[in-house]
Design a protein around this ligand. Structure first.
Ligand code: GLA
Ligand code: ZN
Length: 671
């Protein structure tokens, strides 16, 4: 997608709730302009209004809204309505309703709740999407398509079971012997002799075959993707120049987001960080990881912050208001990490229904006189000054591998420590040392391109997919540094353990080690390992490894494997392969990465000196400095900068207010 040149400021706009009081729509337009809103996402929940009965259409409401938006200079992100169905549809075609794992078909209600396979549902969705595209293809407000809403969940109906079996036939070349072998079905006498003997994993049925579970994950994910492809078919045909996105949810792993992202023109994310309910700095640190995932997922491109709350949400057990200024700061954190938009759920608070106490820009009072409205308007003014960052890339020399399929695989296998898998937390732990030092770090999948990096870290990369061994080998051979941790390259894509010793195949040579055994460490019985004269706890899982040529950088200092290596480095070709054999939740990743950063001369993206609890991020020519603590902090500027928000020059020691931020630009590159 071409850079827009301005930050999109908008959000979910559901004026269909006020169909009986349309004068509110004019007030919306007036208030939107006052709040610096330049876009609105419409139609997400409008299906029952635009098709009140099967085949009976009334687009007058959307016509009016889109015209009003255009007249007021507000662009439309037009949603396809498949996330929420009108009741007539499931009344007439019960097959569209989702079947739970229990085998019981749901009744009408809530959202999503649809079968992913149902031909009727797919047809109905494509039909309404086609009508929307035909009607609005030339509408001057139309800016982007927002496909459905937060795809999620799975369906276990007979149609989905049949589709699953077809999927399996393709995967295993229509050969049950191959499937039996790959699923290791000889064990427990599970050899299948008819495809009909296979169904989705269920609590009351087959749920101990990890390969089945992996296949089911992939099938469900592919079903969402094919549902998406069915949705966008008419849109690509009729509006080929209008970009397409769908909104995703953090590290939700019911769909392989890294695969879905490749089908989108721009990736988008609904972001609800629990600021103020938890330690804000810790929340901000975790969110730097999530934003880096979203930036990387689209191929190191900007993403859209599709939803956020300007105040609170309604779906946590306890919903804390964001303190004054926090929403703007939180939005700037997203922009600094690659968001080209700041958008809300939702523009105006519902009067009734499930989400009436969820934060919105316009509260029930209906005016601009609220704290939240004023804050949004102020942020709108600030965002206008940041247009130049849109479209900008961020060049990272470092990447952490965080792979959706590995998140499945590391959940499914039984063994070692069945309580502590924490795949995404592990990945985040290894991203943080870079983020905290202002060093850009991508978050990529195992199969993404490695060629632009000097350093790749692969935490808990249990599943080694086909051809990835060769990728790692040539990355290191050509001068890259690759860090693997415990339980690395253990199993293939079907969760079959690689024979011949671990890590798999030739990786033993690349890493210069052999991982003979792995240990599950119970809580309270942590051991110790030494690295660089400092002692660390070994927690949850560790490998007992032997050097086969690698240099030993640290050893275990407890248990019967005391004296065996815990951290190794092997020179291979022009590069180096590191193995960190134990998990540690405290300082180890940070200390280890700090050494790597020095060794590889990896520099932060600015020369500004800042304390560890400040988050600093350069995007394009702008430097965002964010303070998520309750104390004023000072950074030391290496030269004179222009402060974009206060419109003054700054030099020397620059105070960053508590819970505040500054955005700077180098004087000499001021346009
Ligand atoms: C999600 C949905 C929205 C809304 C918000 C509430 O992001 O997409 O429709 O329900 O949650 O936080
Ligand atoms: Zn189904």
């Amino acid at each position: 997608m071409e850079p827009l040149g301005y930050i999109v400021h908008g959000g979910d706009y559901n004026p269909d709730q006020w169909i009986d009081t349309p004068e509110i729509w004019d007030e919306d337009m007036r208030l939107m302009k006052e709040a610096g809103i330049n876009s609105a996402t419409v139609g997400i929940f409008a299906w029952s209004l635009i098709e009140p009965e099967e085949g009976v259409y009334d687009f007058s409401f959307l016509d009016t809204i889109l015209d009003k938006m255009h007249k007021n200079g507000i662009k439309a992100i037009l949603a396809t309505p498949s996330g929420a169905r009108p009741p007539w549809l499931s009344q007439k075609y019960p097959e569209v309703l989702r079947v739970e794992e229990t085998g019981i078909r749901n009744e009408f209600g809530v959202r999503h709740n649809h079968c992913l396979t149902s031909p009727v549902y797919r047809e109905k969705v494509q039909n309404i999407n086609r009508l929307l595209a035909e009607r609005y293809k030339d509408h001057p407000a139309l800016m982007m398509w927002h496909i459905s809403n937060e795809y999620s969940g799975e369906c276990h109906c007979e149609k989905c079971q049949k589709a699953f079996r077809e999927w399996l036939k393709k995967e295993y070349h229509n050969d049950l012997n191959e499937l039996n072998f790959k699923w290791w079905n000889g064990f427990w006498s599970h050899r299948v002799t008819d495809w009909e003997q296979i169904s989705s994993p269920k609590f009351r049925g087959e749920n101990h075959v990890s390969a089945l579970k992996l296949c089911w994950n992939r099938f469900v994910s592919d079903s969402h993707i094919s549902f998406f492809e069915n949705e966008i078919k008419p849109l690509r045909e009729i509006t080929p120049d209008i970009p397409i996105t769908t909104n995703m949810m953090g590290t939700y792993n019911g769909i392989d987001y890294q695969k879905l992202a490749k089908k989108l023109d721009i990736v988008s994310y609904d972001s609800y960080p629990p600021f103020d309910a938890e330690d804000p700095l810790e929340v901000a640190k975790s969110w730097t990881f999530i934003y880096d995932i979203y930036r990387s997922m689209g191929g190191n491109k900007p993403f859209f912050l599709m939803e956020s709350s300007p105040s609170l949400v309604n779906w946590r057990d306890v919903n804390k208001l964001l303190m004054p200024g926090r929403h703007a700061q939180s939005s700037m954190l997203a922009v600094s990490h690659g968001a080209d938009s700041v958008q809300y759920f939702q523009w105006r608070k519902s009067r009734g229904g499930h989400e009436k106490f969820h934060g919105a820009v316009v509260d029930h009072i209906g005016t601009n006189e609220t704290r939240v409205f004023r804050e949004v308007a102020k942020l709108g003014e600030q965002l206008k000054k940041l247009g130049e960052v849109t479209g900008g890339k961020c060049e990272s020399r470092v990447a952490v591998i965080c792979d959706w399929e590995n998140s499945w695989a590391t959940t499914h296998f039984h063994g070692y420590n069945n309580l502590r898998r924490d795949y995404f937390d592990e990945c985040q732990k290894w991203h943080l040392p870079f983020s905290l030092r202002g060093i850009p770090c991508d978050v990529i999948s195992e199969t993404d391109d490695y060629s632009s990096y000097d350093l790749i870290i692969a935490p808990f990369m249990y599943m080694l997919k086909t051809n990835v061994e060769e990728k790692i080998r040539s990355f290191v051979k050509n001068g890259g540094s690759f860090v693997a941790t415990y339980l690395f390259a253990v199993a293939d894509k079907d969760d079959m353990v690689y024979y011949g010793g671990l890590p798999a195949n030739g990786l033993k040579e690349v890493f210069g080690i052999w991982a003979e055994e792995s240990d599950g460490i119970p809580e309270g019985r942590e051991g110790t390992a030494e690295y660089n004269s400092k002692e660390y706890k070994t927690q949850h899982i560790c490998d007992v490894i032997h050097s086969k040529g690698a240099e030993v950088l640290g050893t275990y200092t407890s248990d019967f494997y005391a004296g065996e290596p815990s951290v190794t480095r092997n020179s291979y070709g022009k590069g180096k392969a590191y193995y960190a054999a134990f998990r540690n939740d405290e300082d180890f990743a940070d200390d280890f990465c700090s050494d790597l950063i020095k060794e590889l001369c990896i520099k932060p993206s600015t020369d500004i000196i800042f304390p560890r609890d400040i988050i600093i991020r350069k995007r394009g020519e702008l430097i965002f400095i964010l303070n998520f603590t309750d104390e004023e902090k000072a950074v030391t500027l290496d030269k004179t900068y222009y402060d974009i928000l206060s419109e003054t020059d700054v030099t020397g020691i620059l105070p960053i207010p508590e819970n505040g931020y500054c955005i700077l630009k180098q004087k000499e590159i001021l346009k």
